[in-house]
Design a protein around this ligand. Structure first.
Ligand code: 16G
Ligand code: MG
Length: 588
């Protein structure tokens, strides 16, 4: 193996991107995240790793066909010849520089795998290892990864790079490009894009254009063309009005929504606020709205106006409104999931196709949404009058799965269904369709044209705030609903999230999709006894994957009880898991 390039990479690292921090840094739920001023060496090294990952992966048309559905727009192409061109090439990898909803001074990096998914688990450990090597070890670690992964260095490598709007992002992107270039990878710099756009570009590239065109124009035109068609088909909008107030979190979501808006013509009126002149994610954006449970600054409070908020890299979406009494109402990821699943279920029923539809949630899903799915969302109806084996077989509940936090877990589980709807309560999610669904024979496909068209409005590669918003709008219009109609489906249980600062968050270990904690001993028993004192009580704790804290979640019958339960659980965590500073206060 000719490892001269690794020595060159080591020298460049030492000279331009020396390791500043001796603290261990870990590739977590969404890559590396930290204060931006310590990240240059980490991101330079992720540029190096992306090249190795690209050389290590080959794309096979068969793999792609089973994991991503095609765009009907490009389906007419002769796939055999299109696919033949790139089968033997190395796969394109994505490298995104963003810290999403974190404050502006933070930044981060994550790699996107060939099918647009999150980086494979085993490579997360390689990323952690490479990031934590000393400057002089760097070349050896590169050589070792190359050897153990059986990478052929003579193969080409291609990396797509994107970044969010943070002030530090151009500098960090330059570090990544240096890493890619020194290992002779071919870099394509997309500049400022949303995270889901980068996932989309990677997927388009690795499917030889089958999923769409890997350009901004390709992305906007794929989403907007079908959206306009779908909305144009609905002649009776009922209570639906095509007007939206959009909170862009002062980030890339605002910039890209402006571009998308142009392509949507007059199919929908979107007024954009927090469009970039203020501070990123500061008192605005999806995370602020979800955690604080209030409207963002900068969006006018018009009674019952349908408002949308996205996070700093536009992969999360929430709806909200304030009513005529100035009361704030949030429609979170659970609402989006149930709305979309309910509608897809109706389309499946109408089409009479045997497709299984499932929903994937996390422990954060509101208890009412889970009840709603269990009791209301089902195919067929069950009445005692007709209860026999035949009628029971027509009645199918929509299965709901619960998995640990983090998109990769949800996405993975959703692949088990023909139509997998997955959303985190925080607004991150999408719908994925199996090959069975996306390659329906044309006569059946005609019966489900609308279902087929919906596939094209959805960015299946990852949760995408812009595409999810179009999907919600299609469903609301088809239902003839305004935002109050949508909220009537069920009433959320009051809920509260708290953070506890501890010496080492690894003191907490969880099981059962994070709903129970094994460690420290005795904490789960304490939580159980607290929960038992509250009507409709539920609580869990988990170590954050993105910040050095432990998160506490609680639900109960009233907001006051919920706040009390959350505070009591937080106090127990502080006491039993090495809390730092003052113990959490009990609300009076
Ligand atoms: C990341 C995850 C998100 C998850 C959040 C939890 C991805 C792309 N993003 O933002 O899905 O909800 O982390 O953060 O996986 P936490 O571990 O700090 O609670
Ligand atoms: Mg995000």
């Amino acid at each position: 193996m000719n490892t001269t390039v690794f020595a060159e990479a080591g020298n460049l690292g030492l000279e331009k991107f020396p390791r500043k921090d001796s603290e261990l840094i870990q590739y977590g739920t969404a890559g590396f995240r930290a204060k931006s001023d310590i990240l240059d060496y980490v991101i330079f090294r992720m540029g190096l790793l992306a090249v190795l990952r690209s050389k290590a992966k080959k794309v096979h048309p068969t793999e792609i066909r089973t994991s991503i559905s095609s765009s009907s727009a490009v389906e007419q192409l002769n796939m055999t010849s299109v696919l033949a061109n790139y089968v033997t090439e190395a796969a394109t990898i994505g490298l995104m520089i963003t810290a999403s909803h974190n404050p502006e001074p933070d930044n981060g990096v994550k790699l996107v795998d060939p099918h647009g998914e999150m980086l494979e688990h085993t490579w997360e450990s390689l990323a952690t290892r490479l990031a934590n090597a000393t400057d002089s070890e760097l070349k050896y670690v590169l050589a070792d990864i190359t050897k153990t992964e059986g990478i052929d260095l003579s193969k080409p490598a291609s990396v797509f790079v994107g970044r969010d709007t943070r002030a530090s992002s151009p500098r960090l992107s330059d570090a990544a490009l240096n890493g890619i270039e020194i290992l002779k990878g071919e870099a394509k710099d997309y500049g400022v894009v949303t995270t889901p756009m980068l996932h989309f570009f990677v997927t388009c590239q690795n499917t030889g254009g089958r999923y769409g065109t890997p350009t901004e124009e390709g992305y906007f035109s794929k989403l907007s063309t079908t959206f306009k068609k779908l909305q144009g088909e609905q002649t009776t909008p009922g209570n639906y009005t095509p007007n939206i107030l959009f909170d862009g979190a002062n980030g890339v979501g605002a910039i890209k929504m402006k571009q998308l808006k142009k392509c949507l013509d007059n199919s929908i009126n979107i007024e954009i606020f927090n469009e970039g002149s203020g501070e990123l994610n500061h008192k605005c954006g999806a995370d602020y709205v979800k955690v604080q449970q209030c409207a963002p600054d900068g969006v006018p409070l018009l009674a019952n106006a349908r408002c949308v908020t996205v996070d700093g890299d536009a992969d999360r979406l929430l709806y909200f409104y304030t009513d005529e009494s100035n009361v704030f109402h949030l429609l979170d990821g659970d609402r989006i999931a149930t709305l979309v699943a309910g509608y897809l279920m109706d389309l499946v029923k109408e089409s009479k196709l045997k497709l299984n539809l499932g929903l994937v949630q996390t422990a954060y899903a509101n208890g009412s949404s889970t009840d709603y799915i269990a009791n209301t969302l089902h195919i067929g109806c069950k009445t005692p009058l007709y209860s026999n084996d035949y009628y029971d077989s027509l009645f199918q509940k929509v299965p709901v799965a619960c998995v640990p936090t983090g998109v990769k877990h949800l996405h993975h589980k959703a692949l088990e269904f023909d139509i997998g709807v997955y959303f985190e309560a925080n607004g991150h999610g999408t719908v994925i369709f199996s090959q069975t669904t996306s390659s329906l024979p044309s006569d059946q496909r005609a019966a489900v044209t609308r279902l087929a068209d919906l596939i094209d409005v959805i960015n299946e590669t990852v949760g995408d705030a812009l595409s999810d918003m179009l999907l919600v709008e299609v469903v609301l219009r088809a239902r003839g609903w305004n935002i109050q109609d949508w909220r009537k489906a069920y009433t959320d249980l009051p809920n509260r999230q708290l953070k506890v600062v501890v010496k080492d968050r690894r003191a907490i270990e969880t099981t059962d999709a994070e709903r129970k904690c094994d460690k420290p001993p005795g904490l789960q028993d304490t939580i159980d006894s607290l929960v038992a004192k509250f009507k409709n009580g539920r609580a869990f704790v988990r170590p954050s994957g993105t910040e050095d804290i432990v998160r506490v979640y609680a639900e109960a019958d009233t907001q006051a009880n919920t706040d009390l339960l959350a505070a009591l659980v937080a106090q127990s965590v502080h006491k039993m898991a090495g809390g730092i500073g003052e113990p959490p206060a009990i609300p009076q």
